[in-house]
Design a protein around this ligand. Structure first.
Ligand SMILES: Cc1cc2nc3c(=O)[nH]c(=O)nc-3n(C[C@H](O)[C@H](O)[C@H](O)COP(=O)(O)OP(=O)(O)OC[C@H]3O[C@@H](n4cnc5c(N)ncnc54)[C@H](O)[C@@H]3O)c2cc1C
Length: 444
């Protein structure tokens, strides 16, 4: 099987779906290739069913998708996020899967699930085809342009692009094995949380965790004293079901099959420990039942591809504007870089950055330049989502789903604009791209 597409999108997470939709809507023959059985990436197979996004700057097709889920009663806004520029929107994972299928297929894009991209063919600095493995063996897919939305920068890696992983020593933000719990009495849980108001320097949940986790470690319920604990998020105000985001798998190596296997096995053990912790220590969870853990391990950080421009934390903190801006995002010196180790020092560094209000301006924004979506050397490769060309602290903020959806739209639209010409994304007329994005609802 060998077919020529205008645009092939690698990876069907939030960034990839919107990239494919954006390219297909503008008339490109577009294919999205996904190795799992579903679209949505970490937002569905990773069970992380809660979009986090900028309150002010979330725009475009991703926002329309989320607004539709809210209108249907399949998502709702929680307005209590400690960093007030952001909002959290829990959603029904099954509704999201159906919505993404429908959005993608109705755009005219084609879809291949169960198809693992295992390599590329490259000539004269351009990818000519993807090598894909499926149930019938290996096959090739050709296209004029490719978008890497694999989260891990897998295509860029195959293409020989430069990249960074984690901090200077290669330590990554620890992954988490998220889980769904049913049977939670949220009213009792919330009443219990209230008792921690003013009992420490943080919000009640932070105070509760700082008090209870050390006790649970001392009595053997938990094996790691991990104070960073996002905790339970109710999926719908109508049901007693929540997603548990707890338990960092410190020291995990998140790229090789060996490292991922070890982390996944450890994560499953930790998920059970957290269930025991909640049942034992937290009122409202006595009858909680862990219905499932995620089928794709929750990876926060793998490869950051070095594109034409590496967006820096200084750009974000100083609200820098760019001629080739393709989206707005929240500025200021705040980011969500989870620790790589369980030490108190690492936790304090995370907490300081996460709660920083330094240089915060109301009604101002940082801008992502188009060049951060362009691979460094491969002429016909764009990047979108978690593997964006950004430094570590900026990736810590751009990796949230709201921004991944927006990056997807920018990359997919850019691909469509470039296929109308010589299919070299670096050479497009940036104003044509920006005007198209604005026409399609993006605030730039
Ligand atoms: C524990 C945890 C909690 C989080 N909490 C939140 C939160 O509350 N709110 C929020 O907004 N964000 C949260 N995030 C971040 C967010 O979920 C992710 O960063 C975001 O979903 C990434 O989207 P993406 O499209 O870039 O990549 P992904 O979701 O990783 O999608 C990449 C897709 O590419 C596919 N793929 C990869 N390699 C190949 C290949 N070789 N061949 C074919 N397909 C391939 C994968 O199967 C996957 O479907 C959290 C992340 C984690 C890990």
């Amino acid at each position: 099987m060998e077919q020529l597409y205008d645009v092939v999108v690698a990876g069907g997470g939030m960034a990839g779906v919107i990239a494919a939709v954006s390219a297909a809507r503008l008339g490109c023959r577009t294919l999205l290739i996904e190795k799992n059985a579903m679209l949505g990436g970490l937002g569905t197979s990773g069970l992380m069913t809660m979009v986090m996004t900028s309150r002010q700057w979330f725009s475009g097709f991703g926002k329309t998708l989320i607004d539709r889920l809210i209108a249907q009663g399949d998502a709702y806004i929680i307005d209590d996020y400690p960093v007030k520029d952001y909002q959290r929107i829990p959603f029904d994972g099954e509704a999201m899967k159906r919505a993404l299928d429908s959005l993608l297929l109705s755009s005219g894009a084609e879809l291949l699930l169960y198809s693992n991209i295992i390599g590329i063919d490259k000539e004269n600095g351009r990818i000519t085809a993807l090598r894909v493995s499926g149930g019938e063996g290996e096959f090739r897919i050709s296209a004029r342009l490719f978008i890497d939305s694999t989260g891990d920068g897998q295509l860029a890696y195959y293409a020989g692009e430069d990249f960074d992983v984690g901090d200077e020593s290669g330590n990554v933000q620890a992954p988490t094995m998220t889980a769904y719990y049913s049977g939670i009495d949220f009213e009792r849980y919330e009443a219990f949380l209230k008792t921690f108001e003013g009992k420490g320097e943080g919000i009640p949940k932070v105070n509760m965790i700082r008090e209870l986790v050390p006790k649970a470690v001392a009595d053997g319920t938990l094996s790691v004293c991990d104070l960073h604990h996002p905790g339970i998020f109710r999926i719908s105000p109508c049901f007693n079901v929540g997603v548990m985001n707890a338990g960092h798998i410190y020291g995990a190596e998140c790229v090789s099959p060996k490292g991922l296997t070890e982390a996944t096995v450890t994560g499953r053990k930790m998920a059970k420990e957290y269930l025991d912790f909640y049942r034992r220590y937290i009122p409202g969870f006595e009858h909680a039942y862990m219905t499932n853990t995620c089928s794709t391990l929750g990876l926060r950080e793998t490869r950051r591809i070095r594109g034409k421009y590496i967006t820096t934390f200084d750009d974000k903190a100083s609200y820098r504007k760019f001629e080739d801006a393709v989206m707005r995002y929240d500025g200021g010196a705040v980011s969500d870089v989870h620790a790589s180790s369980a030490s108190r020092e690492a936790y304090d560094a995370y907490y300081k950055l996460f709660t920083s209000r330094e240089g915060l301006r109301e009604y101002d924004w940082a801008e992502l330049p188009y060049r951060s979506l362009l691979a460094g050397r491969t002429e016909n490769l764009l990047l979108a989502g978690r593997c964006v060309s950004a430094d570590r602290k900026t990736q810590g903020q751009l990796r949230i789903m709201g921004y991944c959806l927006m990056m997807g739209q920018a990359a997919g639209t850019a691909a469509a604009v470039s296929t109308q010409d010589i299919a070299v994304p670096e050479k497009i007329n940036i104003h044509v791209l920006q005007n198209q994005l604005k026409k399609d609802g993006m605030v730039i």
